[in-house]
Design a protein around this ligand. Structure first.
Ligand code: AMP
Length: 623
């Protein structure tokens, strides 16, 4: 069109930034032919506004006055539009309204991928965010950190989470969010309850030494000091009674040891975990254990015959002298243990990952696995104590390292080296062809195991078994579920307690408490409960089968009673698909019906080591 020009729009603003409640002025100037229409888009504005028109020569002007500006208009894009027959034109500025920060919400922690305390804050300039935990500053770490959720498309509102990666009872408490900018600050508190205190399952408040201080000094708690003192007194009374009983029990046991020593009674019982394999000889076993060396090893029962010659008792340690070495169950202080998260559930109770201070002179803190004893009664306490004593004695590179016990308070706990890939059965499944179906691919470095790796795993277990056999120790429950995998495919025999909750189908309950791992047992153990070094060899053959089937359950197609029938009738597990002839021959060498004809563990070990060095070529076709 002749002599026509589309509108040209510009905004003149003396200032764009103002504090909430202040006034702002924006001049929208427009030129164009024919004279354009002009308007400010004010529909979304929350602040009060007025307009004023003017003309300067050929320039039209529309002035927008904002007064008592609202923080709701912060970051609002203020637009001036003009239009004539030649077309439209527009210009835009962004409002920057400063206001004191405020917390819009802080909610109770919710379990997401990690636990999250969701919050939203609004403030301009952007606030700093920090937290208090039980009224003291919370130090953010890789396990506890604040993360803002980007792109919430909500103006200046910032949404975020305080994330806690696998918090334990140690993280229970009050979390206070404090936000601050130059105009003000705000705070809000939410409670986190992540886990009952496993150290005090009867008391959800779980008073342990560190927390005692918090209770006494925190005014926000609605308990009066009187309540707390009363509680502490009743606890102290309970502790005194427990200590009294413990002293009585120790004295009684000591007297029994002395009496039996004096009488020269020779126990014929092997060491075993009666909670699983029978209860008949609990006391005898525990006395036998403390009275090392008092009896000669029995030929048909497993014993720990290792030159253990005396037993010393003091308030800190249970000690034995084994092969001229002092063997004491080390005691670890509860305050040195910081639980991180749960790793699994075992025979005695839950197993946790923890950080432990003062364990080794050359490291400040180290990761450990803590096994706790749930529902401690006298019998489980004895099992626990016995396993601790036993583990103190067993020291080998392919036996999981035992650091000691923690007995100052409830529950009793054992401290082990942490094996980061967990139990071997799960590891095998996660590295087998069915990992995806089993949803276990999230384990690190999933990918199918090679033949050489399988042989390495087997050789390491055999090495641990050579050591146990050298002590005449009969394991009775050798299975991949009882081995642990650490960094660099290091495998160790890791469990001398039994009947895990998660693997309960691997055991067959006979009578009341007795659980038998029948699928790993030879005929003579099933029929006569006879457990020997040779019956461990049979189980080792089954472990080989488990390794080469990537963790299948032996006789998975059969019920317990059908499996018993097959084993006692002499049927053998089938050769796994990926198993070379040489390894199958080893398995068969472990499964002779006649125990004396079975291979011995030293030979199995050296044959496996040779195979690791020179892995056989095998075809994935059954010959
Ligand atoms: P357990 O009491 O040995 O049957 O342990 C139960 C579960 O806890 C096992 O299946 C493992 O996954 C885990 N666990 C036990 N001991 C350790 C350890 N030393 N390191 C890492 N995980 C462990």
């Amino acid at each position: 069109m002749e002599n026509c020009s589309a509108p040209e729009v510009s905004i003149n603003a003396p200032r764009l930034t103002i504090r909430e409640g202040g006034n702002l002025t924006f001049e929208c100037q427009v030129t164009g032919v024919p004279v354009p229409s002009i308007r400010w888009r004010t529909e979304q504005l929350q602040s009060n506004w007025t307009l004023q028109r003017g003309i300067w020569g050929s320039t039209l002007e529309l002035v927008l006055h904002l007064w008592n500006v609202s923080s709701g208009d912060n970051l609002h894009n203020l637009t001036c539009e003009a239009e004539n027959r030649a077309g439209p034109g527009e210009a835009m500025v962004q409002l920057n309204i400063e206001f004191p920060v405020r917390i819009l919400f802080l909610r109770e922690a919710e379990p997401q991928h990690h636990w999250c305390f969701p919050f939203a804050v609004d403030g301009n300039p952007a606030p700093t965010i920090r937290w208090l935990y039980n009224d003291t500053p919370l130090k953010e770490t890789m396990y506890t950190y604040t993360q803002l959720i980007p792109d919430s498309d909500d103006g200046s509102v910032q949404h975020g989470c305080l994330f806690l990666n696998k918090p334990t009872h140690m993280n229970n408490g009050r979390y206070t969010l404090i936000v601050e900018n130059k105009l003000g600050w705000d705070r809000a508190t939410a409670n986190g309850k992540f886990m009952d205190n496993p150290f005090d399952p009867l008391d959800p408040e779980g008073v342990i030494p560190g927390e005692l201080r918090t209770l006494e000094t925190t005014p926000a708690t609605n308990q009066s000091i009187g309540d707390v003192t009363e509680k502490l007194e009743s606890r102290l009374f309970g502790v005194s009674v427990a200590v009294g009983l413990a002293v009585f029990a120790c004295t009684f046991l000591l007297i029994m040891v002395l009496v039996i020593n004096k009488c020269g009674q020779h126990s014929k019982f092997g060491i075993h975990r009666s909670s699983v394999l029978g209860t008949e000889d609990d006391l005898a076993v525990s006395l036998r254990f403390m009275n090392f060396g008092a009896s000669p090893p029995s030929s048909d029962e497993g014993t720990l015959d290792s030159g253990i010659s005396s037993f010393v008792e003091n308030p800190q340690y249970f000690c034995g002298i084994i092969k001229d070495k002092d063997m004491c169950v080390q005691h670890i202080k509860r305050q040195d243990i910081m639980l991180k998260w749960e790793l699994g559930e075992g025979a005695f109770g839950k197993v946790y990952l923890a950080e432990c201070a003062n364990l080794c002179p050359d490291t400040d803190k180290m990761l450990v696995a803590i096994k706790t004893l749930k529902d401690a009664n006298e019998s489980t306490r004895q099992d626990f104590q016995r396993e601790a004593e036993l583990l103190t004695v067993l020291q080998h590179e392919h036996i999981v390292r035992f650091y000691g016990v923690c007995t100052d308070g409830e529950p009793l706990a054992m401290v082990f080296e942490y094996m980061r890939h967990g139990d071997l059965n799960r590891f095998l499944r996660a590295h087998g062809p069915d990992a995806r179906i089993l949803d276990e691919v999230k384990l690190p470095s999933a990918g199918q195991l090679t033949l050489q790796q399988m042989l390495q795993i087997a050789a390491q277990i055999a090495s641990g078994m050579v050591y146990l056999a050298s002590l005449h120790f009969v394991h009775r429950d050798l299975a991949t579920r009882n081995c642990l995998v650490g960094e660099g495919l290091v495998v160790k025999i890791g469990d001398f307690g039994m009947s895990r909750d998660i693997y309960s189908t691997d055991y067959y309950r006979v009578g009341g408490r007795t659980m038998l791992p029948i699928r790993w047992m030879p005929p003579e153990s099933i029929m006569y409960r006879k457990f020997t070094t040779e019956s461990d060899i049979w189980s080792f053959g089954v472990v080989l089968w488990e390794i080469f089937t990537y963790g299948k359950q032996p006789w998975y197609q059969l019920s317990n009673s059908e499996a018993i029938e097959c084993i006692t009738q002499g049927r053998e597990l089938e050769r796994p698909r990926t198993c070379p002839k040489e390894v199958h021959l080893l398995m068969q060498g472990c499964w002779h019906r006649e125990p004396q004809q079975r291979l011995i563990i030293k030979d199995i070990y050296s044959r496996l080591v040779a195979l690791v060095k020179n892995p056989p070529v095998y075809l994935d076709i059954l010959e």
